[in-house]
Design a protein around this ligand. Structure first.
Ligand SMILES: [Zn+2]
Length: 188
């Protein structure tokens, strides 16, 4: 695994703040080492594992990064807790959890916008709740693939432009931005 590859995965899991100001520059230094170590510690705690905590993104850590990415929709990421995506009506979650990519891309967006907190106004919606809030009948919210977000200190129009880089589905609203991980591109 290249260093850049590891850095990109660290950003997807929410450790981008520790990589600033260099980001995913492909160079291994103190920032990358610290971010890797933070991940390794969190990973051992959250997944009850005991990978080596050495700040080096070697093969074992790469497997852990992939494991954590594949569980993002169940375990959450550094900056997003799965409970934030619960249906505001039923309190439930989509079967199998929230879409992994939704969380990974929200972390990428968060990093891109400078690390401000992202508030999830609406994540998963049950069919009944989707009807109550007037959601579209085929809404991506029904599948745990969508979120209506507000980024603290960032205007919805700027959030919309930034989301365009990361999400297949992006919807512009006055007070929030809809993002989703549908398989085709949609802008509304
Ligand atoms: Zn929405």
């Amino acid at each position: 695994m290249s260093v850049q590859n590891a850095q990109n995965k660290l950003i997807q899991l929410g450790y981008g703040e520790e990589l600033r100001p260099y980001g995913a520059d492909g160079k291994f230094g103190t920032k990358t080492s610290n971010a890797t170590e933070s991940f390794q510690k969190d990973y051992n705690r959250i997944f009850n594992k005991s990978i080596k905590v050495d700040g080096v993104p070697g093969p074992e850590t790469n497997r852990a990064l992939d494991h954590a990415r594949n569980q993002a929709g169940v375990k959450g990421t550094k900056n997003f807790n799965i409970s934030e995506f619960r249906c505001k009506g039923s309190g439930g979650l989509s079967k199998g959890g929230i879409d992994n990519n939704l969380l990974l891309k929200l972390e990428e967006l968060r990093y891109d916008l400078g690390g401000n907190a992202i508030v999830i106004n609406s994540g998963y919606r049950s069919v009944a709740h989707n009807r109550v809030v007037g959601g579209a009948s085929g809404s991506q919210h029904l599948y745990g693939k969508a979120a209506d977000i507000v980024v603290r200190g960032v205007s919805p129009s700027r959030v919309y432009s930034a989301s365009d880089k990361f999400f297949n589905g992006v919807g512009r609203y006055n007070t929030f931005t809809h993002v989703d991980t549908r398989a085709w591109k949609a802008r509304f």
